[in-house]
Design a binder for this molecule. Structure first.
Ligand code: FES
Length: 143
């Protein structure tokens, strides 16, 4: 059986607000995308990406968690890794965006490395702390 997640050229998926680019050859099978947003990223479904299943903010936040760069947002260079300067951006009424390579250390000693952009929750409502999962919109976070 052919597995369209791991073959061929890049594919694009759009919901009219954002376009997600999928580059199968870059995937390192972390499973972070479908663990975080399984309704959108479902490897058992064809096509496996369905952007109608979540808000644009949730999708953007999840795509930014992709550690390999296999998932990226159109217009954002997926292979770009900020080397020297780290930029922290406060998203209005939303997450803290950290650009560049960061390592998140958890109290249990585990570490997760992130490249490109990482969205950290500022509202306190995320079900995936310390990361943003789009819940700030549901709770009407302002700040
Ligand atoms: S800032 Fe997005 S869920 Fe909290």
């Amino acid at each position: 059986m052919s597995d369209d997640r791991h073959e061929g050229a890049a594919k694009e998926y759009s919901n009219g607000e954002v376009t997600v680019v999928w580059e199968p050859k870059k995937c390192m099978h972390s499973g972070i995308c479908f663990a975080g947003l399984g309704k959108v990223f479902n490897p058992r479904r064809r096509p496996w990406v369905d952007l109608s299943q979540a808000s644009t903010e949730a999708i953007v936040a999840q795509v930014k968690e992709c550690p390999s760069g296999a998932l990226s947002l159109k217009g954002e260079a997926s292979s770009t890794v900020v080397e020297a300067e780290r930029i922290v951006e406060v998203s209005p009424n939303g997450p803290l965006l950290v650009y560049g390579n960061v390592t998140v250390k958890r109290p249990d000693g585990s570490e997760t490395k992130h490249h490109k952009v990482t969205a950290f929750c500022r509202c306190g409502a995320s079900g995936n702390k310390p990361y943003c999962d789009g819940s700030h919109r549901k709770v009407g976070f302002t700040g």
